[in-house]
Design a protein around this ligand. Structure first.
Ligand code: IVH
Length: 496
């Protein structure tokens, strides 16, 4: 039994729309309660099902609204509010372990203005204007924590709910990028907790899927979910075959044999920390492209923009970059909220997938007489453009994707590629969805449409059709439907 039934899902989606678009019609109390309920639901869709129904930026809008309301009305906040914890996903199969320090999230930024706001706040908190920032990829994998004691890997734990995770040491031991022993004592460190991300190189992931196709096995949906799922496999031998790698990027805790903290004292900067981990055999963002220093937020912003353009050239999936204050002493001054550090922020790349609603389908007549169904969707920002119309190609595509009017659909746009509908979320239907009926007659001239056997495309064969263009397009139209009879047949000989 799913935690949320289909009717719950519909109610919560409708509430989401209201909260995003017209929350002002509600009282602060009603808004707070609704936001808590809706955010818990979206956490579950994201962390447990890995099937988000809203974009990251829509989620952030809801989360920030709730934080603000709870700040302004402390009596409306309670310890069960999603602002008071991080979403969790603990399976019963692995022992639960408490992290030595909580595994927090990062605050998100989406544009230069957000980064200027972050910079202003850092400068205010540190009471100085010369801040050095580092910039590194935001790896789109699954978070882990590694604890070393006395120079050996003691345990590896998933992020879990941020406070408690699942112990997956045996599986992590199969990753060659994670040293089983590391000479921390050289730095006076007795126990250390390191944070990182487990992921699969893009080319290895594609090769794995090619192999699965050849073997007739079901392909993996995406690299992130595959990495997360693999870490929870019971069979470590299978884990070893999956090409997982671990990058590390943060130390939350390091003590000497007398339990005295060594951060700040021994290690002064984030770059020194990463250099130490690199020298000890860990995989860290290290090349000049992967790890940068900048002396101003303007330089950070320029670097973020340059990275975003070339994000596809990087060997690993990233969903953004992470900007960090380099000096650990300044990091300590900035401190943390219950949710994220104040000394770091993620710069999120423009989303490439989003969920929206298929409102209607229009049928357009192309220059060649081909009828193209075009899905009208509720406008949604996607990778830098607002999408409201998407070609859904032909009748076969509609059948294959099981599309209906009223459906919640996932759309994607990668690189310069035009947006595509990748999936209809059939499990959130409420019964009001309607089949898409292909017209029998041309929407422009009403002539009967024609579809040759073995072709997916319906065509209008009327050379005078105003929708299909006029005489200028005529020869082209005829060329493309040679041999089918109809209006163009005689003239088509001229071409073949
Ligand atoms: S630093 C105190 N650096 O993004 C928190 N996190 O959305 C320090 N992530 O929970 C985190 N790449 O799992 C940091 N280069 C990077 C990262 C990174 C990916 C993950 C991490 C975090 C999540 C927040």
């Amino acid at each position: 039994m799913a935690k949320y039934s289909a009717p719950d899902t519909h109610k919560l989606l409708a509430m989401t729309e209201t909260l995003l678009q017209m929350s002002h019609i509600m009282t602060p109390q009603a808004q707070t309660e609704a936001l808590q309920e809706v955010i818990n639901f979206h956490d579950w869709r994201y962390y447990i099902l890995a099937q988000p129904l809203i974009s990251d930026s829509q989620y952030d809008t809801l989360f920030k609204k709730l934080q603000q309301l709870e700040r302004e009305n402390p009596d409306l906040s309670n310890e069960n509010s999603p602002t008071q914890r991080v979403a969790y996903s603990i399976s019963k199969d692995f022992p639960s372990v408490e992290h030595l320090s909580p595994m927090l999230s990062l605050d998100n930024s989406y544009n230069a203005d957000d980064l200027y706001t972050f910079d202003t706040q850092v400068k205010k908190l540190c009471d100085r204007n010369d801040i050095e920032y580092t910039l590194e990829p935001k790896f789109d994998g699954t978070g882990i924590s590694l604890v070393y004691e006395n120079d050996v890997l003691l345990r590896a734990v998933t992020r879990g709910n941020g406070a408690v995770g699942e112990e997956i040491t045996n599986n992590i031991r199969t990753l060659r990028s994670v040293p089983l022993q590391a000479h921390f004592s050289k730095y006076g460190i007795y126990r250390i907790e390191i944070r990182g991300e487990v992921l699969i190189r893009k080319d290895k992931f594609e090769a794995m899927n090619r192999q699965r196709r050849t073997n007739g096995e079901k392909e993996f949906a995406n690299a992130r979910n595959t990495a997360a799922g693999t870490l929870r496999l019971q069979d470590s031998a299978e884990v070893a075959k999956r090409n997982l790698e671990a990058f590390v990027y943060y130390v939350g805790y390091a003590v000497d044999a007398n339990e005295n903290s060594l951060l700040i004292k021994t290690l002064k900067t984030h770059s020194e920390l990463l250099q130490m981990l690199h020298d000890l055999g860990f995989k860290v963002p290290h090349s000049p492209q992967e790890f940068q220093h900048h002396n101003s937020i303007d330089a950070v912003i320029a670097a973020c923009e340059a990275w975003q353009i070339r994000r596809d050239d990087y060997a690993y999936e990233t969903d953004g970059l992470v900007v960090k204050v380099n000096a650990l002493a300044l990091q300590e001054i900035c401190g943390f909220t219950a949710h994220h550090p104040r000394w770091a922020i993620a710069f999120k790349f423009k989303a490439r997938s989003a969920a929206t609603t298929l409102l209607d389908v229009e049928f357009q007549v192309g220059r060649t007489g081909a009828i193209t169904p075009v899905a009208k969707v509720q406008a949604v920002p996607l990778a830098g453009v607002t999408v409201s119309s998407i070609s859904i190609h032909n009748e076969d595509f509609i059948k294959e994707k099981d599309l209906k009017i009223g459906d919640r659909v996932l759309i994607e746009r990668s690189g310069d590629v035009i947006p595509q509908i990748v999936q209809s979320l059939a499990d959130v239907r409420n019964g009001s969805e309607r089949d898409i009926v292909f017209p029998k007659n041309c929407p422009a001239c009403n002539s009967e449409l024609f579809k040759p056997e073995k072709e997916a495309v319906w065509r209008c064969l009327n050379p005078q059709c105003p929708g299909a263009g006029n005489g200028a397009n005529y020869p082209f139209r005829i060329q493309t439907r040679y041999g089918y009879g109809g209006f163009g047949r005689k003239t088509s000989r001229a071409f073949f």
